[in-house]
Design a protein around this ligand. Structure first.
Ligand code: ADP
Length: 225
């Protein structure tokens, strides 16, 4: 099967004044559709930089990122914005929900380009899928951390993306809620959504099909499970 995404020799440096930090140093890998990949490594090794590039939030200084064979560098800003909206779902450690909106409205944010009826149906179905439908009219601050992350996953899954990028999604959760979030990500991958997850937890990384270990902007080990 053709890879969903393919990166080769990706490098990214940050410059502030005289100081240059090589956040990514010639990173290459491929990820197949429906694969679940965990990325591990100490703080500062380039994990977030990599996720940002994979989610079209940042561009590399050099190297090629191909999505379904297409070189991302050749795509227009408008096309990238559409891809970000419809094909990539983001999940963060601190949930990133909008406090002023209720649960259903937080999910709706990801569906604004759909017509109202399709939107309502999709919100209902995705809240049901993550087991939070009974809290649809609650605000995020009325929910536990585990429930908030379910909402964030519902928002990420709502547009039926090809790719979920999760940055330490279990980092702020207790063991039981972390396991529940992992189950949702595993189900998404089993249903064909590619999941790339940064994690510090070896236990959670073990649930992935493959673990990529990074150090100082490079891939230093890859394990297929
Ligand atoms: P990780 O997610 O693994 O903690 P990052 O991708 O955030 O790593 O960072 C990689 C390296 O790049 C670190 O040394 C970090 O300090 C540096 N870095 C990240 N973002 C910036 C930035 N905006 N400006 C300068 N340096 C940065």
């Amino acid at each position: 099967m053709d890879p969903l995404l393919q990166i080769s020799d990706l490098s990214r440096a940050y410059r502030s004044g005289e100081v240059e930090t090589q956040a990514l140093d010639s990173v290459s890998f491929e990820v197949a559709a429906g694969e679940f990949v965990a990325i591990m490594g100490p703080s500062g090794c380039g994990k977030s930089t990599l996720l940002n590039i994979l989610g079209f939030l940042d561009s590399p200084d050099s190297g090629i990122y191909r999505l379904r064979g297409e070189d991302v560098a050749t795509l227009s800003e408008a096309r990238l914005a559409r891809l970000r909206r419809a094909h990539v779902g983001f999940v963060f450690q601190d949930f990133n929900l909008i406090d002023e909106l209720d649960v259903a409205e937080n999910v709706e944010v990801a569906l604004l380009y759909r017509d109202t009826r399709a939107r309502r149906r999709r919100i209902e179905s995705v809240l049901d899928q993550v087991g939070i439908a009974h809290r649809a009219r609650h605000r995020p601050q009325q929910l536990s951390g585990g429930q908030r992350q379910r909402v964030a996953i519902a928002r990420a899954l709502a547009p039926e993306p090809d790719l979920i990028l999760a940055d330490e999604p279990t980092g702020n959760l207790d063991t039981a809620n972390g396991a529940a979030v992992m189950d949702l990500l595993k189900s998404a991958a089993a249903a064909g959504t590619t999941v790339i997850m940064v994690t510090h937890s070896s236990l959670h990384a073990a649930a992935a099909d493959r673990t990529i270990r990074m150090l100082d902007g490079r891939i230093v080990a890859e394990t297929r499970l």
